[in-house]
Write a protein that binds this ligand. Structure first.
Ligand SMILES: NC(=O)c1ccc[n+]([C@@H]2O[C@H](COP(=O)([O-])OP(=O)(O)OC[C@H]3O[C@@H](n4cnc5c(N)ncnc54)[C@H](O)[C@@H]3O)[C@@H](O)[C@H]2O)c1
Length: 246
């Protein structure tokens, strides 16, 4: 199951998982990809032999998350959970609004906590599973104007380490992904880094001298979910073209 799988990174992860033989549940508040194109479940049916189901799910609501993982039962049960749904609002501390802070924490942090809970309850029965939590380079480095987003992604990072400790003995691996600047609507529309002169000034700071593609985040997710990563637990995998170098 991939939350936020209608668009961007989540859509690419869903497609990559399907290409590697997984049946996929896409849990999102919308079906239409933000970037345009056919819904992810349709794309998967067109391009792969995997089964894919969409379920309307607001990840800030525990009841929605429970209903979404139950959908995976119809596809053979939940093996992999990707807590990917997230939002970004740029706001300076001095102008920040309480409601927006609360919304970002609910979508970016609470969702990962309870998404992991509902997934782990099902994986316990199988004695096996992999949970991947979407953090960011913003979860490792603080940047002015992004304090709330950085807070949320830092929380996801540390939550991942604690859950890896709690769930590892039960056969469930929990890891975090930390993408850099990826070409999705988040960076084109919500916080227009890509395509603006201010944003383009980041490019010389990235050793690979280009933005990342969602498919490259997806390849890292496939690795973390697969048996190739069977001894990888409580790890942070950075996919940023060398931007952070820490
Ligand atoms: N794009 C980047 O550069 C970048 C970098 C680091 C981390 N990330 C993280 O990757 C994840 C995906 O981001 P993206 O760039 O693909 O963004 P996106 O906006 O393209 O896609 C986000 C998806 O999440 C869904 N979503 C939003 N709120 C939801 C909710 N309450 N319930 C269910 N679904 C919801 C949206 O409908 C959308 O389909 C986020 O957690 C983001 O913070 C992105």
């Amino acid at each position: 199951m991939i939350t936020g799988g209608a668009s961007g990174n989540g859509r690419a992860i869903a497609l990559a998982f399907a290409r590697h033989g997984a049946d996929v549940v896409i849990a999102d508040i919308r079906q239409e990809p933000r970037e345009g194109g056919v819904p992810t479940q349709q794309l998967i049916s067109q391009q792969t032999g995997a089964r894919a189901k969409f379920i309307s799910c607001d990840v800030t609501r525990l009841a929605d998350l429970e209903a979404a993982v139950a959908t995976a039962d119809d596809l053979g049960g939940l093996d992999i959970m990707v807590n990917n749904a997230g939002i970004l609002t740029k706001q300076s501390l001095l102008e920040a609004e309480e409601a927006e802070f609360d919304r970002m924490m609910a979508v970016n942090v609470k969702s990962v906590y309870f998404g992991s809970q509902v997934a782990a309850k099902r994986m316990l029965v199988k004695g096996k599973g992999a949970i991947i939590n979407m953090s960011s380079i913003a979860g490792m480095r603080g940047t002015g104007g992004y304090a709330a987003y950085c807070t949320s992604k830092g929380a996801v990072r540390h939550m991942t380490y604690a859950l890896a400790d709690e769930l590892g003995p039960k056969g469930i691996r929990v890891n975090a992904l930390h993408p850099g600047i990826i070409e999705t609507q988040m960076n084109i529309v919500d916080d227009p880094v890509i395509g603006t002169s201010e944003g383009e000034s980041y490019l010389p700071m990235i050793p690979l001298r280009r933005w990342g593609q969602a498919s490259e985040v997806a390849d890292a997710a496939v690795y973390l979910a697969s048996d190739l990563a069977s001894y990888v637990n409580g790890a942070s995998l950075v996919v940023d073209g060398g931007f952070l170098r820490i």
